[in-house]
Design a binder for this molecule. Structure first.
Ligand code: PLP
Length: 378
């Protein structure tokens, strides 16, 4: 059986979690939260980083920090997880769906300007499969029109765009440390922003709208309600888990990239024979090995391959169902033909199993079975 994903947990994770439990401090912002900030700042040179309870809530915090209001418009791809859009829909801002590139499956920057109206306030872009968007172009458009850029980097921690890490590319960056991501704390995430002017308010929003963090720091002796907010601060026990994962940063990254490369090399012949399209990485990107995806010639072939692999005990996953043509998207007034490339990719893209403990023999088995099915079906 080759699952789609499996978390990597070693004695180090167990030891750090046990240590966090011993401290008698189970809520957030304790010893391990501070240690994680040190790791992230050292490795990526982040100016301001706050852990959150999920990637989803990091995206919600960005919507609060940018003061999105009812009827504001936000340009966003439809080929993403519901969280990217729910984040600002909760503020009653409206999604304006932007179609994607047929190779990276990221937002097509050339379409953004055509979607801007006087109500547009922000662009939520998504780094699909750990591949950063063309951030120079997106930031340039945002600057010209006075828009916020929020990068949904749930999948792209450790990837670079023109040599710069995600987290350094947009006004706000939101990461996920969910079990399915490269570095996991079970459920968790982080919001990162370069400009320190957001820090005080972000800490208040994360603590139910109060200045509780200032009390914990000993700066004031009682806490007060200052702003809108929610419970976005994760337990220090989960931060201990993430600390251990980040201590293993290089080995996890190297193994994932090696698996990615093995898939890429192993699928070359099928691509040359016109049976699939392999994952694509633009030359300005170094990726983090988050996901290996392929595009099949038709929806029917994809469904057939998923079924066949399942019979062989291999779990491949179709990834995103486009949001604009989902029941919620239709309720918002969208039609499938509004984002034709997304609709097409949504029916044909397949995500292969990829996790740290996957052996070369596992990858080879997926490759062999994929080859067997596609050569008989096509
Ligand atoms: C692009 C994207 N955004 C947001 C999320 C939500 O992250 P989380 O599960 O940490 O809430 C995911 C999760 O899979 C994602 O893929």
């Amino acid at each position: 059986m080759i699952p789609f994903n499996k978390a990597t947990v070693t004695e180090l994770e167990a030891a750090c979690v046990a240590d966090a439990l011993q401290t008698g401090r189970l809520s957030g912002d304790g010893k391990y939260t501070a240690k994680v900030y040190e790791q992230l700042k050292q490795r990526f040179d982040f100016n301001n980083v706050l852990l959150t309870t999920s990637g989803t809530t990091a995206l919600e915090m960005a919507a609060l920090l940018t003061d999105l209001e009812p009827e504001d418009e936000v340009i966003v791809p439809s080929f993403t997880f519901s969280s990217t859009v729910n984040a600002f829909l909760l503020r009653r801002a409206r999604p304006v769906f932007c179609d994607i590139h047929p190779d990276t499956y990221n937002m097509d920057e050339s379409l953004i300007e055509g979607l801007i109206t006087e109500k547009t306030r922000a662009i939520y872009c998504v780094d699909y499969a750990g591949i950063p968007c063309d951030m120079d172009r997106i930031n340039r458009i945002a600057d010209e029109h006075g828009l916020f850029v929020i990068e949904d980097a749930a999948q792209s921690i450790g990837s670079t765009y023109k040599g710069k890490y995600t987290g350094k590319l947009a006004e706000f960056t939101c990461f996920s440390f969910h079990e399915t991501k490269n570095y996991a704390m079970g459920e968790g995430g982080a919001i990162v922003f370069e400009d320190g002017k957001y820090l005080d308010r972000a800490e208040i929003i994360r603590e139910k709208g109060t200045n509780r963090r200032q009390v914990l720091k000993g700066w004031v002796d009682k806490y007060t309600w200052y702003d809108i907010g929610s419970s976005f601060l994760p337990s220090d026990v989960l931060a201990a888990l993430l600390y251990a994962q980040l201590e293993r940063y290089d080995e996890i990254m190297a193994r994932r990239v090696a698996i990615w490369n093995r898939y890429h090399e192993g699928l070359k012949a099928l691509e040359s024979d016109g049976k699939l399209q392999r994952a694509f990485v633009p030359d300005y990107v170094e990726h983090n090995g988050h996901m290996y995806n392929i595009k099949l010639p038709t929806d029917r072939i994809r469904t057939g391959l998923v079924e066949y692999l399942k019979q062989q005990g291999i779990m491949a996953y179709i990834c995103y169902v486009p949001l604009h043509s989902s029941p919620m998207g239709l309720k918002l007034g969208y039609r499938p033909e509004d984002c034709p490339v997304t609709e097409d990719c949504g029916a044909r893209v397949l995500r292969m199993p990829l996790y740290y403990d996957m052996t070369d023999a596992d990858v080879d088995r997926v490759l062999e079975e994929t080859d067997r099915y596609l050569r008989s079906a096509l």
